[in-house]
Design a protein around this ligand. Structure first.
Ligand code: 0WD
Length: 256
């Protein structure tokens, strides 16, 4: 029996087979969780439907987190399938491309700063709030994805690093707020993985090479590496862990 047997998980952020959310869905399914999925727009709908079929799910809901009405509708629709659920996976981030090229100030505008924070950080809090009534009192778990650029100034990550710092602080405030209801909130800080989102970051291939040469494990991580830790953190095996950022980065963050 898998360690997520009897748990229901809503997984956001599948944009392709390479998406980190796909690795998470696979591990959670393997461990026995029942899954539901969201897709950002019509272009991604069929891909997410295909993933849902692969993972034995018929629940596929539209959700663009930029739209309050869609956030509300998503949980209303989910309520028609499930009276409650246990796991919320937030694997969503976005910054306008010009904001993650060149130096931090090159692409800095009030609008780019706001968009990056809105989609990448506020959306976690907004979803946690909307999911509240369905997750309370079930030993639920909320998980998001962050990156080392939240803590260190990394070339080209720019406003996304500032938004990830906001996301990590949001994890702590949510954990403090939702702890009394039994809901845990954590983040995985993943090492670089070649996904659609990563392709937008200037010099990404160089970053992968640098990690392969210098990380303690001398390799980059896979979506399977991240998926396994995500499944653990969202399971009762991690019942004492909340408000944490767990690194799944082949150890890269510890080196000087
Ligand atoms: O190296 C990496 N790939 C790392 C990614 C290292 C560390 C962390 N992460 C994070 C990302 O910042 C993100 O939070 O992991 C999370 C998942 O990212 P991913 O798996 O790398 O990227 P991808 O497969 O592109 O999925 C992210 C998806 C979007 O994809 P695109 O590429 O179409 O922007 O986030 C979704 C969208 O599907 N997304 C949204 N979903 C709902 N509403 C929105 C939105 N407004 N915007 C983006």
């Amino acid at each position: 029996m898998g360690f997520l047997q009897g748990k229901r998980a809503l997984v956001t952020g599948i944009a392709s087979q390479r998406s980190i959310a796909n690795g998470i869905a696979e591990a959670m399914r393997r461990e026995g969780a029942e899954l539901a999925f969201t897709y950002q727009n019509d272009k991604l709908k069929s891909r997410v439907e295909a993933a849902a079929t692969e993972y034995g799910s018929e629940i596929v809901l539209p959700l663009d987190v930029a739209d309050d009405a869609q956030i509300a509708a998503c949980f209303e629709q989910l309520g028609k399938h499930w009276d409650g659920f246990d796991i919320l996976v937030h694997a969503i981030a976005y910054a306008p491309r010009e904001a993650i090229a060149g130096q931090f100030l090159d692409g800095l505008t009030r609008e780019n700063f706001a968009i990056a924070h809105d989609i990448s950080a506020y959306s976690l809090a907004a979803m946690a709030k909307a999911a509240g009534p369905m997750m309370a009192g079930r030993n639920g778990s909320i998980l998001t994805l962050t990156y080392l650029g939240a803590e260190r100034a990394l070339a080209g990550y720019n406003v996304m690093g500032v938004a990830k710092a906001s996301l990590e602080a949001t994890v702590r405030y949510l954990a403090y707020n939702l702890g009394p209801e039994g809901t845990r909130v954590n983040a995985i800080s993943a090492g670089p993985i070649k996904t659609l989102a990563a392709a937008g970051i200037a010099g990404f291939r160089k970053i992968l090479g640098h990690v392969e040469e210098n990380a303690p494990l001398r390799r980059t991580v896979t979506i399977e590496d991240v998926g396994n830790v995500a499944a653990f953190l969202c399971s009762d095996l991690a019942s004492g862990v909340t408000g944490e950022v767990t690194y799944v980065d082949a150890g890269y963050n510890i080196i000087g």
